[in-house]
Structure formats: structure tokens, C-alpha cells
Design a protein around this ligand. Structure first.
Ligand code: SF4
Ligand code: SF4
Length: 103
């Protein structure tokens, strides 16, 4: 069963991302991203918006593909700063693993 966490956008703020709600899923970031990979990073931001925390954790290895080139952030028409959102997701994933491992 897939759980949904409606407050995940808010939770992510403490990892440094407060702009995920601004995204309107136009797909510009996915089109400009040099990775050309499975609607990345738009897909991750959509997961945040719908509270699909488990999906993000299941696919977290994708986050480490990001080159942090900044092209997505520069071209986002909503100034949703997808590059910074990805960094926040990485912090969230690392913290989640740390808490799961109880260290
Ligand atoms: S370019 Fe910006 S508004 Fe468009 S999908 Fe990407 S993050 Fe969302
Ligand atoms: S910062 Fe990452 S997600 Fe954004 S365009 Fe560059 S490689 Fe793609």
C-alpha cells in the first residue's frame, strides 16, 4: 500500500526547500536537463507535491545522478528552483537513512 504524506512539502522546508509548491509541472526542467532521464527532475517535484515520500525514497538513487549544473533552476518559468529542491531531497534522504539506522 502506498502512503501519502500531505505535509511533505512543509516537512521539506527544514531541509532547505520552500519552493516545491510553486511548480506547475510544465516539464521545462525535464526538457533542459542534460540527463534526459525519465522526466527528471519534474517527476521528483511532483512526488513532493502529492506527498509520495515513499516513491522518493524508493527512487532516491536518481537524485545522485544530478550534476547540479543549475540549468533547471535557470529556466524554470515559476522560479520553483528545482536544483535547490533536489539538494533538499538529498538531505532528507540522508537524514531518513540515518534515522532508520538509528545513528
Ligand atoms: S520547470 Fe519549474 S515549473 Fe516547470 S516542471 Fe520544472 S520545476 Fe516545475
Ligand atoms: S541541476 Fe540536476 S536536475 Fe537540474 S538540469 Fe542540472 S543535472 Fe538536471
Amino acid at each position: 500500500m502506498t502512503l501519502v504524506y500531505p505535509d511533505f512539502v512543509k516537512e521539506l522546508e527544514r531541509y532547505g526547500a520552500d519552493s516545491a509548491s510553486d511548480c506547475f509541472n510544465c516539464g521545462t526542467c525535464a526538457a533542459i536537463c542534460p540527463l534526459i532521464y525519465d522526466h527528471f527532475p519534474r517527476k521528483m517535484i511532483r512526488y513532493i507535491q502529492i506527498g509520495a515520500k515513499d516513491r522518493i525514497l524508493e527512487n532516491s538513487d536518481e537524485l545522485w545522478r544530478c550534476l547540479h549544473c543549475g540549468r533547471c533552476t535557470l529556466t524554470c518559468p515559476r522560479e520553483a528552483d528545482p536544483g535547490e529542491v533536489l539538494l533538499a531531497l538529498k538531505r532528507f534522504v540522508v537524514d531518513n537513512h540515518r534515522r532508520s539506522a538509528n545513528v
